[in-house]
Write a protein that binds this ligand. Structure first.
Ligand SMILES: [Zn+2]
Length: 457
């Protein structure tokens, strides 16, 4: 999937000089027409992009972001909007809003949007009065806009053509990609934390920590998990970024660099929980999914649960291979493989078959049946416990305990209905016996992640 893949160029269309000139004329005509037809003040949004290529996926995203900012401002101040529209042409996109507001005040709001951050620098937000006259930044005491590349006013460099089109293009592309990479990595990191919070909140989960009790655990409670999940945000964010940065490279060449991230995340988790292991499995499995999500985002590919899991599987395989060659004691060959392929690692390197085949479909079915976030999560968890070899149960209580647990569930599943009381009885029983399906709890967090990230849009 990684090898021999040429860097994919996004479809980009060049606008001819004629089209660009026509566009300018056209904007002026539309401004006059909309002012005449709808009245009020007219906001006009365009992007500041040099050169003949005005439309590319990142530019369109930047434009949408500009529209979102204008709309948020209009809504926050509850301003009447008489008319709004967007025109999309090869030579660029333009947004128009006819708004009822005091002109100088409104222009000040628009300059704040422009000056807010680097992305704002690429937005041009003109404001026209009913008579067609522009209210400028200077009219409201705002600073002149500076050139992208030097400290001169933008108009000076524009007139003297101080910089090449290529320099200006590179700048705008860098700003756009930096902005959206940050935003996409934040989305991925936030979704991972959200998934962990939903997982621990789903109640009742037999034998596990939830909102009612601590299940089979005496050293942690619900709040321990909240502390642990929140402290992991920077780690998941970083995983997403690593995926984006390396989206076209074979993971064998960079997978090792993730290991130190995982080690540091574990340290932060243990610091936050007073030494209790709450999310060690999730650091590995959910971290892999975040890297995979970063890869898809960096490539601009559509995100589906299957794609994410397949990519995470490739990462898992590359990771296992790199660990095999990792001799922590120089000069000495390890007698056994450094890491055995069990539990979370096996699930990851196989591409999360149990999440794709059991967890997510059960969750979706439950949601279709009208179950809420909580009950659908509990349902998906029990479906997985029923069929997955949960290494947490096996390690703590042995294979017979797992067989017993699965038998208890299967008997109930045949009636296809497990009511709250029955689940609570199992909770009491497993908690007493020290049975905790922690492996499946991690898979439930992954189920939530895939749902939030891929399905919920
Ligand atoms: Zn300049």
């Amino acid at each position: 999937m990684f090898e021999d893949q040429p860097k994919k160029e996004h479809a980009e269309t060049e606008a001819s000089l004629q089209e660009i000139l026509w566009q300018r004329e056209n904007i002026a005509k539309r401004q006059a027409a909309y002012l005449k037809e709808y009245g009020g003040m007219l906001i006009c949004l365009t992007l500041n992009i040099a050169g003949p290529v005005k439309r590319f996926p990142l530019a369109d995203r930047g434009f949408r972001e500009g529209c979102t900012r204008v709309e948020a401002m209009l809504k926050a101040y509850n301003l009447p909007v008489y008319h709004r529209c967007v025109h999309s042409e090869k030579a660029g996109q333009t947004g128009f809003w006819n708004v009822e507001a005091e002109g100088h005040w409104l222009k000040r709001q628009l300059t704040q949007i422009e000056d807010f951050d680097d992305l704002g620098r690429i937005l041009d937000l003109d404001l026209l009065q009913t008579d067609g006259r522009k209210i400028t930044r200077q009219d409201v005491g705002a600073k002149q806009r500076r050139c992208f590349l030097c400290t001169n006013p933008a108009v000076v460099c524009g007139r003297s053509r101080a910089h090449t089109v290529e320099e200006l293009q590179n700048y705008t592309r860098q700003v756009l990609s930096a902005y959206f990479w940050e935003k996409d990595a934040q989305d991925i990191g936030r979704t991972a934390v959200r998934a962990l919070l939903y997982e621990v909140s789903a109640t009742p989960k037999p034998g596990l920590v939830d909102r009612y009790n601590s299940g089979a655990h005496s050293d942690m409670d619900f709040f321990t998990f909240l502390d642990s999940a929140t402290v992991l945000y920077p780690y998941f964010f970083r995983c997403a970024q690593v995926g984006m940065e390396n989206c076209q490279r074979n993971p064998r060449t960079w997978i090792e660099s993730l290991r130190v991230q995982g080690i540091l995340a574990e340290k932060q988790m243990l610091d936050a929980t007073n030494g209790v292991n709450t999310h060690k499995g999730a650091i590995y499995s959910l971290g892999s999914i975040c890297v995979a999500a970063g890869i898809l985002s960096g490539r601009g590919q559509k995100k589906t649960p299957e794609q994410l899991c397949e990519l995470a599987g490739e990462l898992g395989v590359a990771d296992l291979e790199s660990r095999r060659h990792d001799f922590s004691q120089p000069g000495k060959l390890p007698a056994v493989p450094v890491t055995q392929n069990t539990g979370a690692r096996k699930e990851v390197s196989n591409g999360f078959p149990h999440v794709l085949q059991i967890g997510l479909p059960s969750f979706l079915r439950a949601r279709e049946m009208g179950k809420n976030w909580n009950d659908a999560g509990v349902f998906a968890l029990l479906c997985m416990v029923c069929k997955v070899i949960d290494t947490n149960i096996v390690r703590r209580k042995g294979a017979e305990a797992l067989a017993r647990v699965q038998h208890q569930l299967q008997k109930l599943w045949k009636q296809e209905n497990l009511d709250d009381k029955e689940i609570e009885q199992l909770d009491a029983l497993w908690s007493q016996e020290g049975i905790s399906p922690g492996g499946c709890a991690d898979l439930l967090a992954l189920t939530y992640f895939l749902y939030f990230y891929c399905e919920e849009e």
